[in-house]
Every structure is written in structure tokens, then in C-alpha cells.
Design a protein around this ligand. Sequence first.
Ligand SMILES: C[S@@+](CC[C@H](N)C(=O)[O-])C[C@H]1O[C@@H](n2cnc3c(N)ncnc32)[C@H](O)[C@@H]1O
Length: 283
Amino acid sequence: MESLHKPQLRPEEFRLINEFVSGEFGFILDESRAGFLSSKLAPRLTELRLETFSDYYAHLKFSPHFSEEHKKLLSLITNNETYFFREEAQLSVLNAHVLPELKEKKSRSQDKKIRIISAGCSSGEEVYTLAMILLESSHFLWDWDVCITGIDIDTEMIARAVSGIYSGRAFQTTPPHLIERYFSKCDEGYQVKSSLKRLTSFKVGNLLRQESFDSKDTADIIFCRNVFIYFSEDTTKKIVENFARVMGKDGHLFLGHSESISGASSRYLQVRYPGAIIYRKRD
Ligand SMILES: C[S@@+](CC[C@H](N)C(=O)[O-])C[C@H]1O[C@@H](n2cnc3c(N)ncnc32)[C@H](O)[C@@H]1O
């Protein structure tokens, strides 16, 4: 018979597991996320036949399979949900305001290079969405050097992004003519065509570590949407500081619509557009 025992996450256990997460992955979960952590980990405790979160903490530290468990923990506490053309209002601001302005500025200085980062890209839908927007906008023609780089801490997500095969919910808000233009049908669903793929690159990296970013290239635009939701203010602050270091002058930062960095950094200026707020790096 199934056990009805439901483990309770005590404050001390939350602190221990959070310390572990911080030491291993670098980020600190906000204290308000104790309920979230408990609900995410409880099924794993059942699978492992562990009674308490303290047992789970010991398992993380001392199990002979600890490295596998660390990966499992990471994918349990991070949310990988994503889809093409997510949060339309921001994408419209990118298309109607940010890209034309960027094109004009770069053309004036004869610098036909555009670098965009999707920080916390999950399985890559945001990266390919940005590539489609760029190609459809016709702002950047064949002689521009364009690269959109997706970075994520989750190795499995980056492998999916590189494979570029999608189906079902990933396309929930994708205009059908764009599926037709940029994907070919395959057994598992649809595969990204090379016209899109050639504008992209992917890497496994932790946004808290400066070495996750390419030191040669400055970023013109960073998308970091739906990543800060479960982080403490301190963790968010460190990540936006890292962004400021890799961003060029007037670089633009897009966050998820419910996320804000107003308390976390003075390095950016808030710019309001209808339906979206974005952040511009101060000089
Ligand atoms: C909810 S998804 C967001 C995907 C996409 N940006 C979007 O809005 O559709 C959040 C992603 O952030 C990644 N992530 C969380 N913490 C990270 C960190 N410290 N470094 C890199 N990626 C991280 C997770 O692995 C997850 O794939």
C-alpha cells in the first residue's frame, strides 16, 4: 500500500538544501520558495524511499550516485517551460523599436555585427524565435554578422536546443506560415532549417559565472525571461551585474513581464513601451 506520510520541510532543512544549491549551482532560492522546493522534492523523496528532507540532504552529499542526483535536483528546482513567440508584447517592442534603432546606430559606425544572448534559454525556442524575428524584419541583410547565443545551466536542455526538433505545445503561439518557412517535417515533429540555425549557437553555462559569457564579443541585446522568478534579490543582482559587464553601450535587457530589477541594479534605465518594460544600460 502507498504510504500517506507527507514529509514536511522544516526551516532548518530548507536552509541546508538552499546552502547546498548555492554551493553547487551558485544561486540562492528566495525564502518565499520553501513551499515550491518542498512540493518539487517530495515526489523524489518518495521515489528514493526517504522519510525526511534531512535524509535527502544526506543523499545529495553522500550517495555514491551524487552527481546524477545533483542533475536531478537542478532540473527539479528549475522550470524549463518555454515556447516559440512567448510574450508577444516584448517581441513587438524588439521588432518595432529596438532593432531599427540598433541597425541605424551600427550602420552609422560601419559595424555590421549583432550579438544577442538568450540567458536561460531552456530548450532553445526563444533563440530560434529571435532568429525568425531578425530574418523576418529584413533589418539585417546577408552581409551582417549576426549571432544569437543561448546559454543554460541544464545540459539536457542545451542538447535539445542543439537538436532543434520540436512538436506540440512548443508551437502554441507560432504563426503557421513561419513553421512552414523555417521548419521541415521530421518523424518526431519539426526540425529547424539551416537558414535559422546558422544564426544561432548554444552553450551550457551558469549565468552567475562570468566565464559563461564570451569575453571577445559584447552583447547588444540580452533576453533573460522567466529565469529570476525563484532567485533571491542577491542572486538576481549578481546576474544583472554580469550582464552589464558583457553588454555594449546602450545595450538592451529584456526580462519576463512579471520580473523587475529596479531594486537590484542601478546600471540600467527602465524604458516603458505599451505592454512592455525593457532596460537600457546606462553609459
Ligand atoms: C522557465 S525557463 C525560461 C526559458 C525562456 N527564457 C523563456 O522565457 O521562455 C528558465 C531557464 O533558466 C535556466 N536557468 C536557471 N538558473 C540558471 C542559471 N543560474 N544559469 C543558467 N541558466 C539557468 C533553467 O535551466 C531554465 O531552462
